[in-house]
Structure formats: structure tokens, C-alpha cells
Design a protein around this ligand. Structure first.
Ligand SMILES: [Zn+2]
Length: 502
């Protein structure tokens, strides 16, 4: 019986082989045609740059120098943007599957920054080295995603990623950019991010990469990496100039100072130095840890950013809405558990910098009044009205006008138990208008970006720190706890020591 069945299957299988497969005669489906067209463009682009051998170089060593334009991080929201020098050093070890990228710059207000991100691609773990504070903190999952997203500035790594994700390749369009014809294709990253690549139709070289998505402040936003000044290097043709644009504005303009392939890279560049302090891992934006500083006064930490919540008799007041909608959502849901009977009536962003009010739209949707200084009103109204169609947030789903209250100099909130004083201590070297929040009874002062205290290691004073210290003295504030907008609590002693070390 078994044999007869088996025989019948063999006969059927043989007949099946002889029959024509109906789809063979049809026109190739559009997705497949689109893929094949995109693949041809990508393979031509790889060949034009130097071929797969160049893409698989064992080691890479690169140094870029140029200018950063402080979009959303300048003295005033209405420009012109302040600029800063940037130097980026990048190394990749393909055999050891690890990379390191160091950025040296100066934040507005004179804070020097030299951070190196180390990433072990085998274990998907990494570190951020703060080379000024001599401290190392483990990279969070978001930190790792951000390091990988930053690799889009390197065209060879971009082409390699597109090839690795070949099944997602699609033809996009033929386009004219500044008088030159471009062939545009797309691929999708493993995390779902769609990336568009534009190749010069004549040379086949990669001219641009575009990533479209939602930005907490700019809404539907395209980030562009523009490659130009192609010149020959051993085994390849390399773009010596990189321009990064965000929401239509140039944010970085960089040129290569060094571009080396298959050279030995100093081992120490990939390693955490033995003499640095080790800090705790930094939480992602959705991670919220609440510390009660005094009765009804809460520090909202858990990520790289802090907010302060103060419970008055009838309402809650929050200082700072950093990062994003996701962060605000996490903070507000925890506050509703902690103080369920009081609505958030006021939100006070310390200054307009977009990392410190990236979550403001969630508070506007909540109906909170935004308390700010005159120079920020137009910016906040624009942020509230900006379309977020690609990834609608709470305000996009239920639009409303922001309630904004403007003050100059000083504004006080109070009930029978406590008072909170806001001071605009601008113009400061960090921002023309900048607010500090002071609780006189509890001797707590909240400030952002004027004096940063790293998770471990010594804090560094800047011109902005000096400004803060002078204003605290002028206003006669008696401060026991210094709450910064970033990371760790401090004291006036920390501030004094940092100023002495400078
Ligand atoms: Zn700032």
C-alpha cells in the first residue's frame, strides 16, 4: 500500500516537472522589477566607489574636521545660529568586529566636549567615554541605535548596509539635484527605518542619503547626508566633503583630514582606558526614576535628562520637558500615579534648546500652561503648530492652541506650604534667555546646561558656569541642593570646586 502511494507520488512529481509553470510567461511583478533596477544602481555605485574589496577593508581610520551649526542650540530661537568647531575620528576593525568614534567640540557657553563611543558589534554592547571627565558609561540600547544611525555619514558603510538588506532594495525615482541627474533607490534598515540613496546618473557615485521620519520639534523631517568632492584614494574614489542637513538646514559641514584603509589602528583607541571612573548605564527616554527631594518635591530622572515636579495644594508644576513625546508620556504617567489628584497646570522649560523642550507638545496636549520668557513665545507656537503626519503625537491627534504665560525677571508660585521662584538670569553665554527655578524653603535650585555634573568623574566649569555662580550670588540664593537638567545632583561645593579647577 505504501509502495503504491509512493509510486503515485513519483509519477505525479514527474508529470509536475514536465508541466510549464504558469507564472513564467507573465511580466515580472513590479516589486521584483523595482528591486532589480535598484540593485543595478547599487552595484554600479559600489563599483564606482572601489568595488566590494574596498567595502570589505580590514581596518578603517578617518578624521574629519569642520563646523557645526547649532540648530535649536543657539543663543536665540530666531537665529542666526552659533557655530562650533567639530573634529570626528573614526576607526573600524572588521576582523575584531568593533568600532570607535570620537567627537571633539565645544558646546555653546564654552563647555568643551570630547566623547568617544565604543561599540562591540559581536555582543552589541558599548561604552561612552567622556575623555574630559575621565568617565565611562555603558551605552543604552538607544545609544547603540544612535551610534549605528551616525554611520550613515560614511558612504562605504551605507552601501554595504544596503547590500546586506538587498531584499528591501527598491527603485525610487530619477531626480534632478542642482542640475545633475540622480538615480534614487531605497532600502529598509533592520529596525524599519527607510533610507533613500541618490546616485549620480553619470558617474554612478553616491551623492546623497536621505532619511525621513518624525522629529519631536521639526515634525515630518528629512535628514540628508550629502557627499561631494570625490577624489582618488588607493583602491577607491572617496568624497572628501560631507554636509549634513536637518529639516532643510545645514547642521554640519565637514572635510576629511585623514582617510586611511587597511592600516594598523592603535588597540587603545577601541578600549576603555584603565584609569577612568565607571558610571551606571544611562536609561532610555522611557526610563523614569523619581527621587523625593523634600515633601512634595520630586526629581524625575532615570535617563540623561532631569525634570523637577512640585506638588502645590491644587496642582502640579513641572520644570523641563526634555527629549521627546515618549519621555513626557512616561513622566506624566508616573506623576499621575504619584500624585493622582492634581493636574499638571504649569510647565516651565528652562530655555528653548530643543533637547530641553522636545517633549513640550505632550504638555500642551495635556492642557498645561507653558511659562516662559518673551523671546521663546513665537518658537513655542511654531512647535505646537508643526505637522507630525508621519508619526502623529497626542497634539497632532487632538490639536489645540498652546496656553503661554510670559514673564520677565521673576515669577513666583506659591500656596500655604511652599513657594517656587523663577528667575530669568539671561543673557547667559549658553542662551540669551534662561530660567532657573528656586525653592527657598527647601534650598533647592534647578538649572540646565549652565553647570553639568557627569554621572562619575569631575564636573567641568564653563563660561556659563561662571555666569550661574555670579547670578546665584547676586540674587542671594541660599542653595543646598543643585539639581541639574542632566544626570547627577550636586552642591554649591561641587560648583565652587569646578570653578577653582578651571
Ligand atoms: Zn541648552
Amino acid at each position: 500500500m505504501l509502495n503504491r502511494t509512493l509510486n503515485r507520488w513519483i509519477v505525479l512529481a514527474l508529470v509536475g516537472c514536465a508541466l510549464p509553470i504558469p507564472t513564467w510567461g507573465r511580466e515580472e511583478p513590479l516589486s521584483q522589477r523595482s528591486y532589480r533596477q535598484a540593485r543595478r544602481v547599487l552595484e554600479r555605485g559600489i563599483a564606482a566607489m572601489g568595488g566590494e574589496t574596498f567595502l570589505q577593508a580590514k581596518t578603517l581610520w578617518r578624521k574629519m574636521r569642520g563646523t557645526g551649526f547649532n540648530q535649536g542650540q543657539s543663543l536665540r530661537p530666531d537665529g542666526p545660529y552659533q557655530t562650533r568647531p567639530i573634529e570626528i575620528t573614526f576607526a573600524l576593525d572588521r576582523i575584531g568586529r568593533r568600532l570607535a568614534e570620537e567627537t571633539a567640540t565645544v558646546y555653546i557657553g564654552g563647555t568643551p566636549v570630547r566623547n568617544r563611543q565604543l561599540l562591540d558589534l559581536k555582543s552589541s554592547t558599548g561604552w561612552t567615554l567622556n575623555l574630559i571627565a575621565r568617565a565611562a558609561t555603558p551605552l543604552s540600547p538607544l545609544g547603540i541605535t544612535n551610534v549605528l544611525a551616525g554611520l550613515r555619514r560614511y558612504p562605504d558603510l551605507l552601501l554595504q548596509r544596503a547590500l546586506e538588506r538587498a531584499e528591501t532594495l527598491r527603485w525610487l525615482a530619477e531626480d534632478d539635484i542642482e542640475g545633475r541627474k540622480r538615480h534614487a533607490i531605497t532600502f529598509t534598515e533592520s529596525d524599519g527605518t527607510p533610507v533613500a540613496l541618490f546616485f549620480d546618473a553619470e558617474t554612478g557615485l553616491l551623492a546623497k542619503c536621505e532619511v525621513f521620519g518624525d522629529h519631536p520639534i521639526f515634525g515630518d523631517t528629512v535628514t540628508e547626508f550629502i557627499f561631494s568632492d570625490y577624489r582618488p584614494v588607493p583602491g577607491a574614489t572617496w568624497p572628501f566633503r560631507l554636509i549634513v542637513r536637518n529639516a532643510g538646514e545645514v547642521v554640519q559641514d565637514l572635510e576629511y583630514a585623514e582617510m586611511l584603509v587597511n592600516v594598523p589602528v592603535d588597540e587603545s583607541f577601541f578600549l576603555v582606558p584603565p584609569d577612568v571612573a565607571h558610571g551606571p548605564p544611562m536609561g532610555d527616554p522611557s526610563s523614569v526614576e523619581i527621587t523625593r527631594l523634600a515633601d512634595g518635591i520630586y526629581l524625575i530622572g532615570g535617563s540623561a535628562y532631569n525634570s523637577l515636579a512640585v506638588a502645590f495644594d491644587e496642582y502640579l508644576l513641572v520644570v523641563e520637558a526634555p527629549v521627546s513625546e515618549e519621555r513626557s508620556e512616561a513622566v506624566l504617567s508616573r506623576l499621575k500615579e504619584l500624585v493622582p489628584d492634581r493636574p499638571v497646570r504649569y510647565l516651565i522649560p528652562t530655555h528653548y534648546h530643543i533637547d530641553h523642550l522636545g517633549g513640550i507638545r505632550r504638555y500642551i496636549a495635556e492642557g498645561a500652561t507653558i511659562v516662559t520668557t518673551p523671546g521663546n513665545e513665537r518658537f513655542i507656537r511654531t512647535v505646537a503648530a508643526t505637522p507630525h503626519t508621519a508619526k502623529p503625537d497626542a497634539l497632532a491627534r487632538a490639536p489645540r492652541e498652546p496656553q503661554i504665560e510670559i514673564f520677565r525677571g521673576r515669577r513666583t508660585f506659591g500656596d500655604g506650604n511652599r513657594t517656587l521662584e523663577l528667575y530669568d538670569i539671561g543673557p547667559s553665554p549658553h542662551a540669551d534667555e534662561i530660567i532657573i527655578a528656586y525653592l527657598p524653603k527647601e534650598k533647592i535650585l534647578f538649572q540646565s546646561d549652565l553647570f553639568n555634573i557627569p554621572p562619575v568623574g569631575e564636573p567641568v566649569a564653563s563660561d556659563a558656569t561662571r555666569h550661574l555662580a555670579r547670578k546665584i550670588a547676586e540674587l542671594g540664593l541660599d542653595v543646598a541642593i543643585l539639581v541639574p537638567g542632566h544626570v547627577r545632583l550636586g552642591t554649591m561645593e561641587d560648583l565652587r570646586k569646578a570653578l577653582e579647577r578651571r
